[in-house]
Design a binder for this molecule. Structure first.
Ligand code: 5AD
Ligand code: FES
Length: 365
């Protein structure tokens, strides 16, 4: 009976909050059937391609104080770094030469003029040294519309800004309640990014203190409602030097957070078949095969870390972060083997844009 329920849900055109909550909470053999059938359905319709995004975490200086994050401003134990421009450009060249198709620039959040102008200059330089062939995604937090526009014009075409949780009460449980961490502002930033023309990505953490299956179902419905093009979701992993660490005994087990994240990925794939979904690195902090599993059940983007190795260990948003000792070459070899093991193919040299972005443009015309 229940197996039929899963089979019925997989074939439905859309899913309600209670149906999504049901899928997100699945355990045991029913869950195995759900994940496998969703993965097969997806690969059958959209194909086997997986896209690489070379990830450069170029600085961990941050002006914000999110309660979950290891690089929050108040963490005085974090060793701060800022990679120089030439090393960032070299990493971009590496991505281009290795046919990754795209680059992701990520850092702690800053909005001072020296920072925003530096990014503009870097974007232009990266475009120039890679013959305009490298797609650029940026993940640099909340900024003014003018700054978002300046960076778009300089060459960035995709932006990642996770909502972290779409439940406003939960949002304020994991962020200070002040103007720098305002829920409304974050949503408005997502809308501004879309208006400017970015392919827009967001996402949430799974297994936050007090988070329920209904919250998670509503996160997925939020992505749909907002017409989001790309999603990254990873398990929440407590970090000793952060305020949320005090909830460590109330959290789901790491394994449960991992399992529910995969259920979220598969459920989202059913709800939004044409978006890009990333296999988040945090999955691999729990299970050595975490990202491959995500690729089997609906993810189609993976982000090899190409940050110069000496700084990787300092970008510790959460503990037990994988690949902190590997160099970019090792990481890309390792990942290509991992993608093949997951029965997928790498879209070398392709930007791997979100199909949803083009589908929604057509609808708007
Ligand atoms: N556990 C899991 N993910 C985290 N992030 C930040 N801190 C943690 C943590 N402790 C995620 C956030 C952020 C992304 C860059 O990393 O979702 O948006
Ligand atoms: Fe980085 Fe394996 S993915 S070393």
């Amino acid at each position: 009976m229940s197996i039929n329920k899963v089979a019925d849900l997989i074939n439905k055109d859309t899913l309600t909050e209670s149906e999504l909550s049901y899928l997100i909470a699945l355990e045991g053999t029913e869950r195995d059937d759900f994940l496998k059938a969703t993965g097969n359905k997806y690969i059958g319709s959209l194909g086997k391609k997986v896209y690489f995004r070379g990830l450069v975490e170029f600085s961990n200086y941050c002006t914000k104080d999110c309660y979950y994050c290891g690089i929050r401003k108040s963490n005085t134990h974090s060793e701060r770094y800022d990679i120089d421009d030439q090393a960032i450009i070299d990493a971009a060249k590496f991505a281009h030469e290795h046919k990754y198709g795209s680059l992701v620039l990520q850092s702690g959040e800053r909005s001072d003029l020296a920072f925003t102008q530096r990014i503009t200059k870097l974007l232009k330089e990266i475009k120039a040294v890679t013959n305009n062939e490298l797609g650029i995604t940026i993940s640099l937090g909340e900024q003014s519309e003018d700054v978002y526009r300046e960076w778009f014009e300089a060459g960035a075409h995709r932006y990642l800004l996770r909502i972290e949780s779409s439940n406003e009460d939960l949002y304020y449980k994991i962020h200070p309640k002040d103007l720098k961490h305002d829920f409304e502002t974050r949503i408005n930033c997502l809308k501004t990014l879309q208006k400017i023309g970015y392919q827009t990505g967001t996402g949430v953490m799974v297994g936050l203190p007090g988070q329920t299956y209904e919250d998670l179902a509503n996160d997925l419905l939020f992505f749909k409602e907002m017409n989001i093009d790309m999603v990254g979701m990873g398990p929440f992993i407590e970090h000793t030097e952060t305020p949320l660490y005090e909830y460590k005994d109330e959290l789901w087990s790491l394994q449960r957070r991992f399992d529910v994240t995969l259920n979220m990925i598969a459920s989202l794939r059913l709800l939004m078949p044409d978006i890009n979904i990333a296999a988040a690195t945090a999955l691999q902090a729990i299970d050595p095969m975490g990202r491959e599993k995500a690729l089997r059940y609906g993810a189609n983007v993976i982000m090899p870390n190409i940050t110069p190795t000496e700084h990787r260990k300092d970008y510790t948003l959460y503990e037990n972060k994988p690949c902190t000792d590997e160099g970019a070459d090792e990481c890309s070899n390792c990942l290509s083997i991992r993608v093949e093991m997951a029965g997928r193919e790498i879209g070398y040299g392709e930007w791997g844009d979100s199909q949803h972005f083009f589908n929604r443009q057509e609808k708007d015309d």
